[in-house]
Design a protein around this ligand. Structure first.
Ligand code: ATP
Length: 351
């Protein structure tokens, strides 16, 4: 069931197209991440959903009502911004109760609700603190509680973790996801961080240049990317250009067998895709699905080693668990085996 539906929503600024005509549906109680590089239009899209920006074209429906021309204040959507935008002259509890004050909710009820929300975001003991006396993570919790106070129909977050350091960001991603699942609230998060999207989302919308490149679960997006852009935006990707011929991919004199369902027209240009953790290294040999390579750099990260290879047909990255510890150093000659089952074909020669 979809609470929120976008129909052919487009936004232009003068002659610049920030968001192309997009059709999107946001499932009830789901968390959707809008993911893409800087400038791809994700904030503009979120602002149109919030009612802070009017679409140039198209319709936005919420619970079967057309809300396209309804103002932000009448949509009752909760928002958390990158900066948190808290009120420094109010204490924590007053910040949280702010929207209730505006609505004229009686004081006792406001205080009870603020207390409940403080507990929910684990700040029960900090209600009387000033905003300036809080850490970044605590401020973020206040911003979340404040947005939830009004019991929003949809919860919208724009880069909610970007002001936090890496460790705290990781913790808050899990915390926010658990809270969202507990409340069952339809949520949209804008991020340019693929790890954040993978951690939190039921569904990821990958965007570039105002367009949707792919919509899918984190697993679908990671394992079955629709094109080279998605493949390399989500994690690292090996992309090799070739042509489809006789049921396999030819790259120069090399031949790569691919799963039977991966097919293209005879002699069509294709891009062969393989995740680094699927590549296997071994001594020199010949045969299908093998490419000779020189080791350029070995990065030992503890639990995994990243091995950067140079081949006649471009770079190949390998990620090996430490159990596969063949000693390797720059300058070694190896063979990279790209297993048939791990290969995917992406359209064209975009790599
Ligand atoms: P970021 O991650 O950097 O915030 P984004 O994907 O959220 O990027 P948007 O902020 O939606 O991108 O911007 C999309 C494009 O629209 C950008 O090229 C931006 O410069 C442009 N844009 C956004 N708002 C306006 C505006 N009010 N007037 C003109 N151009 C704008």
């Amino acid at each position: 069931m979809s609470d929120l539906i976008l129909q052919n929503v487009r936004k232009t600024f003068g002659s610049f197209v920030a968001v192309e005509g997009l059709d999107l549906q946001f499932g009830h109680g789901e968390l959707t991440a809008l993911l893409g590089p800087s400038g791809c239009g994700k904030t503009t899209l979120l602002r149109m959903i919030a009612g802070l920006e009017a679409p140039t074209k198209g319709r936005i429906l919420f619970e079967n009502e057309d809300i396209t021309s309804k103002g932000a204040e009448r949509r009752n959507f909760g928002m958390v911004f990158q900066s948190f935008a808290l009120f420094p002259h109010m204490n924590v509890a007053e910040n949280i109760a702010y929207s209730l004050t505006l609505k004229g909710v009686p004081r006792a009820e406001r205080e009870a609700r603020a207390k409940e929300l403080l507990e929910l975001v684990q700040l029960g003991h900090l209600g009387t603190r000033r905003i300036g006396e809080l850490s970044g993570g605590q401020r973020q919790r206040v911003a979340i509680a404040r947005a939830l106070a009004q019991e929003p129909g949809v919860f919208l977050l724009d880069e909610p973790m970007s002001a936090l350091d890496a460790q705290l960001r990781g913790d808050m991603q899990m915390e926010l996801r658990m809270l969202q699942q507990k409340l069952g609230i339809t949520t949209i998060v804008v991020t340019h961080d693929q790890r954040e999207a993978m951690t939190m989302a039921d569904k990821i919308v990958v965007m570039s240049s105002g367009r949707v490149e792919q919509i899918g679960t984190p697993q679908e997006i990671y394992h079955e990317p629709a094109n080279a852009f998605v493949a390399s935006f989500i994690g690292s990707a090996n992309l090799l250009k070739g042509t489809f011929s006789d049921g396999a991919v030819k790259i120069g004199a090399l031949r790569f067998e691919v799963p039977a369902e991966m097919r293209a027209a005879e002699n069509a240009p294709v891009t062969l895709f393989c995740r680094p953790e699927k590549v296997r290294l071994g001594p020199e040999s010949s045969g299908d699905n093998v490419i000779a390579a020189d080791v350029k750099f070995v990065r030992d990260l503890g639990p995994v080693r990243e091995i950067h290879l140079v081949t006649e047909h471009g770079p190949v990255a390998v990620e090996a668990g430490d159990m596969e510890g063949i000693p390797l150093k720059a300058g070694d000659r190896v063979n990279a085996h790209l297993p048939k089952a791990a290969l995917r074909l992406l359209p064209g020669d975009a790599a």
